[in-house]
Design a protein around this ligand. Sequence first.
Ligand SMILES: [Zn+2]
Length: 213
Amino acid sequence: MAVTLLRGMRTPIPFRSNSGFFSTVLRPRLSRFTTRAESAQATEPKAAPRSIQLATKEAAEQKTQGFEAIIGIETHVQLSTVTKAFCSCPYSYGSQPNSTICPTCMGHPGTLPVLNEKVVECAVKLGLALNCEISMTSKFDRKQYFYPDLPKGYQISQFDIPIAKKGCVDLDLPVEFGGGHRKFGVTRVHMEEDAGKLLHSESSSYSQVFLVY
Ligand SMILES: [Zn+2]
């Protein structure tokens, strides 16, 4: 089970006139056959002439004027519950693959998922800790997608009504990160079950699928 946290961090405009965000790499044209050594040397990036660097930097600055970089982070949080999110199977991270499963968490037809109230408790606590608005009415949705770690074809998650939203985290930044006080917005906290887990062999000839981990 997992709680997903989408965190939007608004950053100041990074493209200042004296910033070093822009660089130019000119790829040399190979107009003749080259030896292996020449070829390796030829693919080494060469610094562009100073005039081209300045022109590129100015062009990039013009194009980014009026834009602001907004960086979002999605964080999955593993909850310390005794059982899984939607059935009574024990949840113990690191247990043998497919050893704690039942028809419900395998998504067999006709089974009925039952929400673990401890998951809701943890999600509400997290929402409050992140200064979110707690939804007094919430619901779950089926997220349909196809991937080997999801043999039942859908994941129980939350979409339009998450358990918590519109929060923030207040932080005093360390001096090495610019110092000062910053407020980071928290878009939402929602609950969802974990998908399965894929383990790829070192020889890459096969993969193991832990249907429910
Ligand atoms: Zn189960």
